[in-house]
Design a protein around this ligand. Structure first.
Ligand SMILES: [Zn+2]
Length: 292
């Protein structure tokens, strides 16, 4: 699944690409400061090959190359457990309707709707809401955009983006200047070699390294969605959800401190537990596997 999505993002049109939006300037503040490419600095521009004869020379290389620079790495769950549907609401069992609903909500936000036999797959990157304004069409539904998104994942593993350039793979064609909001799955950082057609970088061949997002839809978090989820598990689908759970600290047994015997004294010394910062609790990532 991940491979197919990445391929969709990285697939390279071999010929030079013409864009019908060559003169469009989306935003004069398209922040050169946020660009890491060497060609963005005036001192480096003589080194940029197409600029040698001036930007208005006969040939402008409009080809686009996108390559994966740093893939998304989802954290491994620290612990696994099983949720057995047949134990639901039995006396003394942890499998309650409320817990099932909570875990299904997590499952729904971690799954993307696709063309697989089950109708959805586990998201292979952090999902977040991306607000964008398109700067340039790079072909094959890939766009360079000014984008913003909130942090996602445990401990903000995906840092928030504020008015930064990003590469988007959209479901439907769009054009420079279009704005919108999508659910985006972060697929890592990509390296984009292209020729900007927007000011102030117009005509300079350069490489940007930017976060890349694929537009996708998450599962519906509704009673009907939960019903289909339960039916799929009963039919044998292997599904799981990852959540952060609070567990008692093992080192101090949930007390927040350990005891140290004091020579000649009746009472032990209490040593604050460093593992849990004296809270007696730890938050760990748990994968819950669902079984019939
Ligand atoms: Zn502790």
């Amino acid at each position: 699944m991940k491979f197919r999505l990445l391929l969709a993002l990285l697939v390279l049109p071999l010929g030079a690409q013409t864009t019908p939006f060559g003169t469009r300037v989306s935003d004069p503040a398209a922040a050169p400061a946020t660009i890491t490419a060497p060609a963005a600095s005036p001192a480096a521009s003589p080194a940029a090959a197409p600029a040698a004869g001036g930007v208005s020379a006969e040939f402008v290389d409009n080809s686009v190359q996108v390559s994966l620079f740093r893939p998304t790495l989802l954290p491994e769950a620290k612990s696994t457990r099983t949720f057995q549907l047949s134990k639901l609401n039995r006396l003394g069992s942890t499998e309650t309707t409320k817990e099932l609903q909570r875990l299904y909500s997590a499952f729904a936000t971690q799954s993307i709707v696709d063309g697989s036999p089950a109708g959805s797959s586990k998201a292979v990157g952090y999902l977040t809401s991306v607000t964008y304004s398109i700067l340039q069409d790079l072909g094959d539904n890939r766009y360079l955009a000014k984008a913003a998104w909130p942090a996602s994942g445990p401990n903000e593993a995906l840092a928030p983006g504020v008015d930064t350039m990003a590469l988007l793979l959209l479901e439907k064609p769009a054009k420079a200047g279009d704005t919108g909001k999508i659910t985006g799955m972060h697929v890592g950082t990509v390296s984009v070699l292209f020729t900007p057609d927007f000011a102030p970088l117009k005509g300079r061949r350069l490489t940007l390294r930017r976060e890349a997002f694929l537009e996708c839809a998450t599962l519906e978090d509704s009673p009907a969605g939960l019903q289909r989820f339960v039916e799929a598990i009963v039919a044998g689908a292997e599904l799981s959800a990852t959540t952060n759970e609070t567990i008692p600290c093992k080192k101090c047994g949930g007390l927040g401190f350990t005891r140290e015997a004091q020579k000649g004294q009746l009472l032990d010394k209490r040593v604050p537990c460093a593992d849990c910062a004296s809270t007696g609790k730890l938050i760990i990532s748990v994968e819950t596997k669902f079984v019939p």
